[in-house]
Write a protein that binds this ligand. Structure first.
Ligand code: MSP
Length: 535
């Protein structure tokens, strides 16, 4: 099975903020999870470098657009992938030759199929969102925008454009699109985005102007180099150009269609309306799914650089680490809905769920195996009801977590995994191995036989707890790869079970995988407490 997942390609007018980080981390969690399902995953992200928004930003900074984008990609957009511990397979820049060649090949295909025509365009254009805005969405500006028109969609300032342009006959695809949404209810998710898209298409579609001729920062239209492609049309093509469109057919057929495009809800229309119509026009299959997530709200407002409430990913990662960052965004928000984030909430969850809930569990178990068994994993004796119940929770929760990832609901997957964390903590409290250990030494006053059975019981409890930690390392690795790597080390698992990333989700609940006799070591705290001055 292959699984091709993408993020939007990001404008490089500025540095990344945690809104961009959100999309990218979620894509990465899906990627790592699907890899642990044994699927052949391809995770693509990248940068959207053409168009007027980036061009003007470069001009304001007194450099050429190419210099500007090279500088930002090198100093900001590539490093953020390290900061967030992203395991992408590819990174596409729309200024790369493979993208130019692929998008020109796509345009030629459209042209040959009679899907491009020349016409004259006049209307309102938003450089801020790089989009043509229909009359219904034009409003009078206020304050700084006094005397200008603005977009009612996002408040960006509008400019009047009159040009001879190439057009794409989007209007004729309305019925085919509606049929696509009807026949594939999962094509656009969640339901709120799906409903919005359906009613938008039902209102009728207009043909789309797809080239610009008043500036040249873009990919030239192959048969008429006095035009560059409209930046959105060119940007959407990254999903196929990165897969080898027009350049490497074999690779393209292997990867395409994409399984899921993860996007913010602001750009759902581009992905769920224009993009499938373009693919239909080119006679290519459409992606399986477009998943539109909500806004990160800070202080109740959509976070963005222009509102000055933009937070850089490293501001959080420097304090909490990349694992906690990834955990927080996966667990605390409902993917698909808007969600408020706050420093206090991150800090509280860090301490309650990660440091006390998970980290402490790992160090306690390793500590007790060190103390009572000299750091060698003991073999388990016959399970009692408590062990059988724990195993049943693991089986059920891991299945439910997998099913949640299938629905692209990482928050639900983590809720399931936390049933295991909580049950395991409860199991230790109930079984109180430290009390059983006392009986091992004294036989509880009942002689050597009682001491033997206490010792077997102690071995069973700690073996079970270590198995529980193995399960957690495997299931949490997609979200917190660094902490889980140390846990895997601590469990001495690699020599017998192999690398953590190769452990399969569907096999995780099979009990007794850690080899008795493995060396269990105490690791430095997975989630050290954070002092008040830091956070
Ligand atoms: N370049 C286009 C996308 C082209 S895809 C073919 C674009 N770029 S963008 O830099 O503006 O980033 C868009 C994406 O960043 C959003 O779709 C969303 O995934 C993410 N986010 C930007 N701000 C965000 C929030 N405040 N909250 C959540 N996600 C946000 O649009």
């Amino acid at each position: 099975m292959s699984y091709y997942v993408t993020t939007p390609i990001f404008y490089v007018n500025d540095a990344p903020h945690i809104g961009h980080g959100y999309t990218t981390v979620m894509g990465d969690v899906l990627t790592r999870w699907h890899r642990q399902r044994g699927e052949d995953v391809w995770y693509l992200t990248g940068t959207d470098e053409h168009g007027q928004k980036v061009l003007r930003r470069a001009e304001q900074n007194g450099v050429s657009p190419k210099e500007w984008t090279d500088r930002l990609v090198e100093s900001e957009w590539l490093p953020v992938l390290d900061t967030l511990d992203i395991a992408n397979d590819d990174f596409i820049r729309t200024t790369e030759e493979r993208h130019t060649l692929g998008s020109q090949a796509f345009w030629r295909d459209l042209y040959e199929r009679g899907e491009v025509y020349k016409g004259s365009f006049s209307g309102w254009y938003s450089v801020g969102s790089e989009e043509f805005v229909g009359d219904d969405d034009v409003a009078d500006g206020e304050d700084d925008d006094e005397g200008h028109k603005v977009s009612a969609l996002d408040g960006s300032r509008l400019e009047w454009v009159t040009e001879e342009n190439y057009f794409f006959p989007l209007s004729k695809y309305a019925d085919q699109l509606l049929q696509l949404y009807r026949e594939n209810p999962d094509f656009i998710q969640p339901a709120s985005a799906r409903n919005e898209i359906i009613s938008f298409v039902e209102r009728g579609l207009k043909d789309l102007s797809i080239s610009r001729s008043t500036f040249d920062w873009g990919v030239p239209v192959p048969w008429d180099t006095s035009h560059v492609m409209y930046v959105w049309i060119e940007a959407l093509l990254n999903y196929v150009t990165a897969a080898g469109y027009g350049v490497d057919d074999e690779r393209f057929d292997r990867l395409w269609p994409a399984d899921v495009h993860i996007v913010g809800k602001d750009i759902a229309r581009f992905h769920a309306v224009i993009w499938p119509a373009m693919l239909m026009a080119a006679g290519r299959p459409v992606p399986h799914r477009v998943f539109a997530h909500g806004w990160l709200l800070v202080g109740g407002q959509k976070m963005s650089k222009s509102k000055a409430n933009g937070i850089r990913p490293d501001e959080l990662v420097d304090v909490f680490g990349s694992d906690a960052y990834r955990y927080y965004f996966s667990r605390a928000l409902t993917f698909g809905a808007d969600g408020s984030i706050s420093w206090e909430d991150i800090r509280a969850r860090y301490h309650a769920e990660l440091a006390n809930g998970f980290g402490n569990l790992a160090s306690r178990v390793a500590g007790m195996i060190g103390k009572y068994f000299g750091g060698e994993l003991p073999a388990a004796g016959a399970p009692s009801a408590a062990e059988t119940e724990l195993q049943a929770t693991v089986a059920e929760a891991s299945r439910a977590a997998d099913e949640a990832i299938e629905r692209i609901a990482p928050q639900d997957a983590l809720t399931q995994v936390w049933r295991i964390v909580d049950d395991l903590n409860g199991y230790l409290t109930d079984q109180a191995p430290w009390l059983v250990a006392k009986e091992v030494n004294t036989g509880g006053g009942a002689g050597p036989q009682a001491a033997d059975s206490a010792s077997e019981r102690l071995a069973t409890i700690l073996n079970t707890a270590a198995e529980g930690l193995r399960v957690l390392a495997v299931l949490l690795n997609p979200v917190m790869p660094k902490a889980c790597a140390s846990l895997w080390d601590s469990l001495g698992a690699e020599p017998t079970l192999g690398p953590l990333a190769d452990q399969r989700i569907d096999d995780v609940a099979t009990w007794g995988q850690l080899a008795p006799g493995s060396t269990i070591t105490k690791v430095p705290s997975l989630f050290p407490r954070i002092e008040d001055e830091d956070a």
